[in-house]
Design a protein around this ligand. Sequence first.
Ligand code: FA5
Length: 341
Amino acid sequence: MIDQLNEDYARLLEALNEANSSAELDAWYKEALGRKGHITLMTRQVGQLSPEERPAFGRRVNEVKKELEHAYRAQSARVQSAELLATISRDSLDVTLPGRRQWRGRLHPATLTLREIYRIWGDMGFQIYRSRDVETDEYNFELLNIPEDHPARDMWDTFHTTTPGVILRTHTSPGQIHAMREYCPEPIRVILPGMCFRYEQITARSEIQFNQVEGLAVGHSITMADLKGTLVDFAKRMFGEHRKTRFRANYFPFTEPSAEMDVECLLCGGDGCQVCKYTGWLEILGCGMVHPTVLRNGGYDPTVFSGFAFGMGPERIAMLKFGIEDIRNFWANDLRFLKQF
Ligand code: FA5
């Protein structure tokens, strides 16, 4: 049997070397290594041999199979490049044909807006501080002055991991505590961008996953006037020098006093339209003076230090800037939408 196999091997190898076209190679493969090919059939015969003959024959038939496959690949490469050369020299090449257009990727509108926000805050002396997406209940709520039974927790329902007390953050505010604990007792000027998650109804204005950019300034003698001046300056740089802004009192457990900032509607210029619900104003962020309890939790003595903080939603800002009517477009991955930016 082994002698027969060796003879077949030599014969097939010779036939392979003589196969000089893709069609001949295909025919050779079918005959030698295909499903009903010679070597495949011989491999199946191993079971019918006596136990003494089986190991030597089995080993040899496997060797032959591997060597033929290897030789086949080498011959295929030779034949293919010869065929390619023949095609190139036979057919003329029209160098005037326009090339195939390269598709260039582009930045996502949320990324464009985030980068614009980073640039502005960078110019104003704020560094980027990266904080984690997966947080503990303690950082997301407790240390921000939101104890377990606080009604404000209802506004920030989230996704829980299988580890008790470990959740996806509902806002970037827990990063305030991380930054304070890292920098204390130095002064701080940081923005904290990142993804937030909320278990809430998805609507044209609300997603369950969205970006926020938090801001935090801590130091000596920082007042509400600094907060207002800084945020108004940001709005002018972001939306235009003559764009009006206003502050409305609000409540956040981690700032005192707290406010929300509106800009004059970008679409109607303050006259009133559907987007601003005929008020002439659009809300862009929440803000306030860092609560003494939060300063203390970050390691700062609130009788010596003070600070302001704010949190804005870049997708909502992008919606205003680009006139996007539905926030769901941001994660729908629809190229018809994405190609417009
Ligand atoms: C907060 O999350 C506070 N942490 C902000 C803050 C920080 C206040 C520091 C004071 C000091 P609020 O829930 O309003 O607040 O969210 C802030 C911004 O995130 C909103 O103005 C909005 O732009 C964006 N946002 C909130 N929920 C969603 C949502 N479901 N989808 C898209 N954007 C959202």
